[in-house]
Design a protein around this ligand. Structure first.
Ligand code: 13P
Ligand code: SF4
Length: 345
């Protein structure tokens, strides 16, 4: 397999150099399913990990390398650092953010929460360390419904941030009435229910798999809604031979690899020439490439200075300690309720 923009032999050469650099620097690569396929394969081939954001957090915490290299977006790197304060955590670029994180500035959010002191504050993992530190619970999409069900059973009132689509989906699943922040994912928000229905008329036996950051109209016609890992598992379990998939294109690499006999079709966003801002491809996930990874690893091997502002995740100690509490609660809850304990798809 070759990387976008590189020839096959260039790709092979850079992969060889990166594998040696991981060993030389005692680093482990943790990649998200939305990164380029060649990066996902490299993570697996070099003793690292590919997974959804919950599993990435867990792998980073449990792995014994001195350095974690997170190929994903910044909140994933920050989560890894919060859970592993004694490890150094690096990213190909710290500019890889997320529209949900950007939509939830800590001062505004904290002022909002202060108005409702009797509400439990539950935030999605796609937030800054500071927002996590303001929360009672952090959740990812693989565990959000279960955690809110648990809180509802205790009679808790809830503030949810920042993804409004996921928040409303949770409300529909659990019957909770939450105060919901108005953020959205620029990738998932673009999927169109009408387009999915038209596509279904063409691929009559196809099941629709959707990430819960998609709009309610798309989720309403989906056969399965879940996190990235849960989508891969559903594709394995369901007997359909075709699937229309409403999430970032990066996931098709894993789907095609583990299920070569099935066909995966990207859900419509309105087309590449239309006005969608992302067309099923997260611009920040796209900042991870073999070249940016190599730049980082070469610097690390040359004794990169602590706190390199392009690459190293650093979090204020007090914020990190405070953010660890709701993150640890999520991991404990996942372990107690056996949520995705079997790990990789
Ligand atoms: P997952 O937790 O399902 O991997 O989702 C992370 C994400 O950013 C989806 O857009
Ligand atoms: Fe954020 Fe959406 Fe990109 Fe996921 S796909 S990292 S939610 S912008």
């Amino acid at each position: 397999m070759r990387s976008a923009g590189l020839g096959s032999s260039e790709t092979e050469n850079i992969l060889g150099r990166l594998k040696s650099l991981f060993v030389e620097t005692d680093s482990r690569l943790i990649a998200h399913y939305y990164t380029e396929g060649v990066i996902q394969d490299l993570a697996e081939a070099s003793g690292g990990f590919v997974g959804d954001s919950l599993e990435m957090a867990r792998f980073g915490r449990d792995c014994d390398a001195s350095n974690l290299i997170v190929a994903g977006v910044r909140f994933m790197g920050e989560t890894a650092k919060i859970l592993s304060p004694d490890k150094r955590v690096f990213m190909p670029t710290l500019e890889a953010t997320c529209s949900l994180d950007l939509a939830c500035p800590v001062i505004e959010f904290s002022e909002f929460c202060d108005q409702f002191p009797d509400h439990a504050v539950v935030v999605y993992a796609n937030t800054s360390a500071a927002v996590k530190a303001r929360a009672d619970w952090v959740v990812t999409s693989s565990i959000a419904v279960e955690v809110i069900e648990h809180l509802v059973s205790k009679g808790q009132k809830i503030i949810w941030a920042p993804d409004k689509h996921l928040g409303r989906y949770i409300e529909r699943c659990t019957g909770a009435e939450m105060l919901i922040w108005e953020g959205a994912c620029i990738v998932h928000e673009e999927f169109k229910a009408a387009g999915v229905s038209d596509m279904r008329a063409v691929y009559k036996d196809a099941a629709v798999l959707a990430h819960p950051e998609s709009p309610a109209s798309v989720l309403a016609i989906a056969d399965f809604v879940g996190s990235t890992t849960q989508i891969i598992k559903a594709a394995k379990t369901m007997t359909n031979s075709q699937f229309i998939v409403a999430t970032d294109l990066g996931i098709f690499h894993k789907l095609n690899k583990v299920l070569p006999g099935k066909e995966f079709i990207v859900a419509p966003t309105a087309g590449n020439d239309a006005t969608c801002r992302s067309c099923a491809s997260c611009p920040w996930m796209g900042m991870n490439s073999l070249e940016t990874l190599e730049m980082l690893l070469v610097k690390l091997a040359d004794r990169m200075e602590i706190g390199d502002s392009n690459h190293e995740i650093e979090i204020n100690e007090a914020v990190s300690e405070q953010a660890m509490i709701p993150l640890q609660k999520m991991l404990n809850f996942a372990a107690q309720n056996k949520i995705l304990v079997e790990g990789k798809a």
